[in-house]
Design a protein around this ligand. Structure first.
Ligand code: NBY
Length: 800
């Protein structure tokens, strides 16, 4: 039985004090919050260790099929609260600490965010890490232990400045365990020759390779109150003692250390090409070598490895898993090519997270050959076999579009699709677009591989942890069963028209808004009226997400208020939180514009608190936990067809915000869940957008010239309305007018403004508003990642 079952307050206090003695040689009353956090985290680790080891041993003993989720990003945020909650000891620990004068929240604040991801893709991986043990599925993560996570964003004079995020303390990360015992070697560079053997087989012989040592750091992933503990394995690079002579100078060593130094802070374009390619191979090779070795210990035939192992390729970054598994099976375990290929394709599966062409990863074949010569050969052979298989069976054009090597470039998505048995999109519309458009040639070849898995969220973090006051109210209203079965939120449907309950939810929201307002006051000195609508757009800054459309609406409100001194509007506070990729010029200009507009508006006494704009610096998981519970309006306004799914949309819904959205990604499924009266939809749908693509008839300048009020808004970017933005304003004006507004902001503007006006009216009727908010909460359970991952586990990986 799990240790945590037998814990008492007294025992926790005693253990906690002991831990402080052992780690820091101090008494509780002299310890800092940091020291207390570390002591408590270590204690939690000790409590969990037996279950962690037992789980690992069971998998070996019972030969359970296991899935490995390969992802170049994980974005867990803080782990203390989640771990306590999932262990079922949150309240007990909180009370125990309180007895010795310690506030658990101070320890929570002391934990650093673990930000080894950019945005939605990395956060999804972490939600899955929470859900996998929760549903009792053996599913492990495999990634890179970056020394620096996503950059820390500072705003200086309205501009984004990027600072390194040194999240690791000198003792590392308290949740991890370094396991030199399980280190493996990874080879890169050099030449490979295929030398004929007596048997007639060809054997690769390596020359001048560089050998890296991959050292794993394991982090426990605790299931919700079920004694199941899985593992997230992150790899760090070291210089192997045996090959020290290969790295004689400090510069040589530094180049190696760089491999696990930084997460690429770029979700638009890639940089540091060769380093990035090495990262990808390093993670894939270390992970697969370990996995195959553990399978080998079972004593089962290598050609049947797919019966015990599933490997998931999260976006294309780990796509080299396909040729790497082939390499291990063919070169090291001497399988025939065909047998190896048959099992490899059944092991592998792939998720696509975007249809934006700039994010569909391609590598120069020359670079590939230089860095991973053997993998280059294998990819060449996979490509050759692919062409041979389909030649004469389908149009040559289809083969030309789908083969892996085209124009001396290696197409990682093509490799992932050809090398696996499953390709999934992340929302219904996204999967449809993959099938009908982006991957339609592949659909012709392999219709059976395609499936949809709409994203989900780890609801415990986004309700119980992020929003304790709403959680307490839910307990009171529908009982606490929803905490373990999120679908019980549906019970709230019975109270949608109950004015007392509506008022209770209103008060919870106001309290959460106050909590956010206090934070803004403390960090930026701005006073915010909490009776205003809190209107929030938080996500990576990208043109297709259209933060700029939101800005244009704010400019319009500003102009209205300045034109008419007597005008009264429903007060609004617009919040933005967004990091721009360091090399993404346009996105950085939008940040500057938002900050200058905020300055202008927040300092204009005439606006009498009717309008405020706040840019929240350094948006990350922890800040999301503060912001999302405080939102009245959730802005999900991407150009239809561009946002694969979105996941913050689900988090806002769960916290009772009304979604203002285009029919894009999972917004469509949110609409289906709550009904069109309980969401506000505007703008073109996917078909309208695609009609412009086929007809080539979009003309933003025409819209601009024929709509005076829109023209005035657009001209505000260049006519001096917004101070200190001469350069950025022109850049934006040009994008909208000279370059024909790639994301159709102008066409969607009027409808967006109209729906915003509708929201302003609606908010005046508190009861109706709250009823809609509650409808959203009640129906948010369908977006739990527990259910999403169960579908992966059953339908893709076959591990349940
Ligand atoms: O994945 C996001 C999608 O935009 C979002 O709609 C979806 O909900 C989410 C989870 O499925 N994609 C995303 O976050 N992508 C990246 O962060 C990313 C990072 C790196 C690169 C490309 C995309 N890269 O090419 O290096």
């Amino acid at each position: 039985m799990a240790i945590v079952m037998q814990l008492t307050k007294e025992k926790i206090i005693q253990d906690f004090k002991m831990q402080l003695h052992e780690d820091f040689m101090i008494q509780n009353d002299e310890a800092t919050a940091d020291e207390r956090f570390i002591a408590l985290a270590k204690l939690v680790k000790c409590y969990v260790m037996p279950d962690w080891l037992r789980g690992r041993d069971e998998i070996v003993k019972e030969q359970k099929k296991t899935a490995y989720y390969f992802s170049i990003e994980f974005l867990p945020g803080k782990m203390l609260q989640t771990n306590l909650l999932n262990l079922g000891i949150y309240d007990l620990v909180q009370e125990a600490l309180r007895e010795i004068g310690v506030d658990l929240m101070d320890l929570v604040d002391a934990e650093r965010d673990m930000a080894l991801g950019n945005g939605g893709l990395g956060r999804l991986a972490s939600c899955f890490m929470d859900s996998l043990p929760t549903i009792g599925a053996p599913g492990f993560g495999n990634g890179i232990r970056y020394k620096y996570g996503l950059f820390k964003q500072k705003i200086v004079n309205g501009y984004q400045v990027e600072l390194p995020d040194a999240w690791l303390s000198s003792d590392g990360n308290v949740w991890e365990t370094k396991k030199p015992h399980s280190a493996v070697d990874v080879k890169i560079y050099g030449n490979v020759y295929l030398v004929p053997q007596e048997s007639g087989d060809l054997k690769p012989v390596y020359e001048n390779v560089k050998t890296l040592r991959a050292v794993p750091y394991d982090m426990m992933q605790i299931g919700f109150k079920n004694d199941v503990v899985n593992n997230l394995r992150l790899w760090d690079v070291e210089i192997p003692e045996k090959y020290e002579l290969d790295y004689p100078t400090l510069a040589d060593r530094r180049r190696i250390e760089d491999i696990t130094s930084v997460l690429y802070p770029d979700d638009a374009t890639r940089e540091g090409q060769s380093l990035r390619l090495i990262q990808e191979y390093f993670m894939v090779s270390a992970g697969l070598q370990t996995i195959v070795a553990s399978y080998a210990k079972m004593g089962l035939p290598m050609a049947k490895i797919h019966e015990k192992i599933a490997v998931h390729i999260n976006d294309t970054h780990p796509a080299m898993a396909v040729p790497e598994l082939m390499r291990i099976l063919v070169d090291e375990y001497e399988l025939d090519w065909d047998d190896a290929w048959a099992t490899t394709t059944q092991v592998m599966s792939y998720t696509n997270h975007t249809i934006l062409s700039e994010a569909l990863e391609k590598w120069d074949a020359g670079l590939f050959k230089e860095i991973v010569p053997r993998i280059h050969q294998i990819v060449g052979e996979i490509d050759r076999q692919f062409v041979k298989t389909w030649a004469g069976k389908v149009d040559t054009a289809v083969i030309d579009h789908t083969r892996i090597i085209q124009n001396n470039q290696i197409h990682m998505a093509n490799l992932s699709i050809i090398g696996g048995h499953s390709v999934n999109g992340v929302a219904k519309l996204h999967t449809e677009l993959l099938i009908e458009d982006v991957l339609k040639d592949f659909y012709l070849l392999y219709p059976e591989k395609f499936n949809n898995k709409t994203n989900g969220i780890a609801q415990r973090r986004w309700s119980q942890i992020a929003n304790p006051s709403m959680s307490a109210l839910l307990d009171k209203q529908i009982g606490d069963g929803w905490r373990s079965n999120i679908h019980e939120l549906l019970k709230l449907e019975d109270f949608l028209e109950d004015a007392t309950v509506q008022l209770d939810f209103y008060q919870v929201k106001q309290a959460n808004k106050q909590r956010l307002a206090d934070y803004v006051k403390k960090t930026q000195g701005i006073d915010l009226p909490i009776h205003a609508i809190f209107d929030v757009q938080v996500k990576r800054l990208h043109a297709y997400k259209r933060q700029l459309l939101n800005v244009m609406h704010i400019i319009k409100l500003y102009q209205d208020l300045k034109d008419n001194a007597a005008l009264e509007i429903t007060p609004r506070v617009f919040f933005f939180g967004a990091k721009a990729a360091p090399g993404y010029h346009f996105a950085k200009s939008v940040i500057k514009i938002i900050n200058e507009l905020a300055n202008l508006i927040n300092n204009d006494a005439r606006l009498r608190d009717q309008l405020k704009v706040v840019f929240l610096e350094n948006y990350n998981v922890s800040l999301a936990e503060l912001i999302i519970p405080a939102a009245d309006v959730s802005e999900q306004i991407s150009t239809a067809g561009k946002e694969a799914s979105g996941t913050s949309n689900m988090k806002f819904m769960m916290n009772g915000a009304l979604t203002l959205a285009t029919l894009d990604g999972a917004n469509i499924e949110i609409k289906d869940a709550v009904g069109e009266d309980n969401i506000v939809i505007f703008g073109m749908d996917k078909d309208a957008v695609y009609a412009h693509y086929t007809r080539h008839d979009y003309n933003s300048r025409y819209i601009y010239e024929t709509n005076p009020r829109l023209k005035r808004v657009v001209d505000a970017f260049i006519d001096g309305t917004i101070p200190n933005t001469h350069y950025e304003g022109h850049e934006i004006w040009d994008a909208l007018i000279s370059y024909n507004d790639e994301y159709f902001l102008l066409e969607d503007f009027e409808d967006y403004v109209a729906k915003q006006a509708y929201i302003s009216e609606l908010y005046k009727d508190k009861n109706t508003w709250q009823s809609k908010a509650m409808k959203n909460i009640a129906n948010s359970g369908r977006f739990t990642s527990d259910d999403t991952i169960e579908l992966y586990a059953r339908e893709i990986w076959g591990i349940l």
